[in-house]
Design a protein around this ligand. Structure first.
Ligand SMILES: [Zn+2]
Length: 123
């Protein structure tokens, strides 16, 4: 039947697209890993370590967001919260114009605050 042919052909296309997609995802994951490696090296001097986000291409059972990511870092300059030091550093320099060194300092304070989890309010 002609319809069957059509269906099987579109299925074929779909599968091929899926393949292409997963190949692309793998490439992206690789790039991501390399970037994170570079960043961790850059940040390691401050005592921060970045953990790569488990890519879907790796087929891991990483938490799929939702309850998974807790934003535990808060910007010392505003109310924004961040799950990782990296985006926060980026935010600090982009939004508040804080230079790298100062941003690192702010980050240190932010993480220290998180560890101690103080109850009292402070400016
Ligand atoms: Zn901020």
């Amino acid at each position: 039947m002609d319809m069957l042919n059509k269906i099987s052909r579109s299925l074929d296309t779909l599968l091929r697209e899926k393949h292409t997609l997963s190949a692309k995802a793998q490439r992206v994951a690789k790039t991501e890993r390399r970037l994170i490696e570079n960043l961790s090296r850059a940040l390691s001097g401050v005592g921060y370590r970045l953990v790569p986000v488990a890519g879907s291409a790796a087929g891991s059972h990483a938490m799929r967001n939702g309850t998974g990511s807790i934003k535990r870092l808060s910007c010392p300059k505003c109310d924004r919260r961040f799950a990782h030091p990296l985006p926060m550093a980026r935010h600090l320099s982009a939004t508040h114009g804080i230079k790298k060194a100062a941003a690192k300092d702010a980050l240190k304070k932010a993480t220290a605050k998180v560890k101690k989890a103080p109850v009292r309010k402070s400016a």
